[in-house]
Design a protein around this ligand. Structure first.
Ligand code: DSN
Length: 412
């Protein structure tokens, strides 16, 4: 990775970039929403496209000189529509949260009612958390997951009938089971609601047919591009043609200014990568690795919320160990594994402490980890949790995680 110019002009930033590269190379990344994008995507993001103002849409811009930007943005839109089989794509949202915000803006007035998954059960801030715009300006009713870690569709249906939401949101930040988009459509139809499927986490699995697609069922599909899709950080909104104008207006001028065209180029490159047969193999390996990790952890006597995962992630339930998510996420960091604390259903701890740790496999799969590596990762995690106060044991576990990192080099 070439940062020669930064090194010459800005030693302080260059130093931190180099340290961050080393951290990524020497750490087992299990944050379920992170990934390691390709050098091709990074080149697009670091290109001259960052210089260009392009407010508006392709061929309807507020600035001149957009002829190449227009082509790139249209390529990106077309690739998104083809990959996810949707009619219209707006590729300008800077993030998934902003993609969701634009859907709210396009479809509702403040005070309108939304039915979505509760954040502590696996939902997302932008699906109606009281501290987010979505919860502050809209009337939010939330469904959760049952003791098996699953959405109770009958419960969702009852809530929809009772509350008559304008918008139902399905899709989550921490849900390890297949989402039944068809059932959500049936519920939405029963109460006359619109349906938004937020596939940020599972986009790479949906793109490759390894998770059922919401395309036949949802009015809107939002996603981030940097999770299992392995692109640059950003968001995309897709919708039926009938909503195209409202969505585009909501993104600009509704809530964003100039689009980040260098990132849009990165999204286009990532979408092309995701359409290749190799990416399907990659996505299949993500799931195999997640299953191997979950099995390995259960074999070590640890609990997983809902048991075996069906996608790329899982939540380790620490309640029976008497340890907290906050402490154990810090212990895992000591042994070279990055993950985040997460609540478990009916968590006795606060969201800042938690009794769980969310683990996901997109990033390690990118660097070539296979099932046998995940079994070793499970042993390292279990070893760290059981011996969290034993410095020598932790040091040995750190050596083992470093060995795995060296076996699967990143950006070398
Ligand atoms: N922060 C992301 C995640 O970790 O799932 C969601 O935005």
């Amino acid at each position: 990775m070439n940062i020669e110019h930064i090194k010459k002009t800005d030693f302080e930033v260059a130093e931190q970039i180099e340290l961050e590269l080393k951290r990524q190379q020497e750490t087992i990344e299990l944050i379920a929403s992170e990934n390691c994008t390709s050098l091709a995507v990074m080149e697009a993001c670091g290109s001259v496209l960052t210089n260009k103002y392009a407010e508006g849409k392709p061929h309807k811009r507020y600035y001149n000189g957009c002829e190449h930007i227009d082509v790139i943005e249209e390529i990106c839109q077309k690739r998104a529509c083809e990959l996810f089989q949707m009619e219209h794509a707006n590729v300008q949202p800077h993030s998934g949260a902003q993609a969701n915000m634009a859907v709210f803006m396009a479809t509702m007035k403040p005070g309108d009612r939304v039915l979505s998954m509760d954040l502590s059960n696996g939902g997302h801030l932008s699906h109606g958390s009281p501290v987010n715009f979505s919860g502050l300006y809209f009337d939010v009713k939330s469904y959760g997951i049952n003791e098996y870690g699953e959405i109770d569709y009958e419960e969702v249906r009852k809530m929809a009938i009772e509350h008559k939401p304008r918008l139902i949101i399905c899709g989550a930040s921490n849900y390890s089971k297949i989402i039944d988009f068809k059932k959500f459509r049936e519920i939405a139809d029963e109460v006359g609601a619109l349906l938004l499927a937020d596939i940020a986490h599972i986009a790479g699995l949906v793109a490759t047919g390894l998770h059922p697609s919401p395309a036949p069922y949802a009015d809107f599909v939002t996603t981030t591009t940097h999770k299992s899709l392995r692109g640059p950080r950003g968001g995309i909104i897709m919708c039926k043609e009938e909503w195209a104008k409202e969505i585009d207006k909501a993104v600009f001028p509704g809530m964003q200014g100039g689009p980040l065209e260098h990132i849009i180029a990165g999204k286009a490159v990532a979408l092309l990568e995701a359409s290749k047969p190799e990416f399907k193999e990659y996505a299949a390996q993500i799931i195999k690795n997640a299953k191997a990790l979950a099995q390995g952890l259960m074999d070590e006597g640890l609990d997983i919320v809902g048991g075996m995962t069906e996608n790329h992630l899982m939540t380790l339930d620490l309640r029976k160990t008497g340890k907290t998510g906050k402490d154990m996420a810090n212990v895992l960091e000591l042994v070279g594994i990055t993950a985040n604390k997460n609540t478990v259903p009916n968590d006795p701890q606060s969201p800042f402490v938690t009794s769980g740790i969310r683990l996901g496999t997109p990033a390690v799969t990118t660097r070539g980890f296979k099932e046998e590596d995940m079994t070793e990762v499970a042993k390292i995690i279990a070893g760290a949790i059981y011996a969290s106060d034993n410095e020598i044991a932790l040091k040995n576990l750190r050596e083992r995680s470093l060995k795995l990192c060296k076996k699967h080099p990143l950006y070398e």
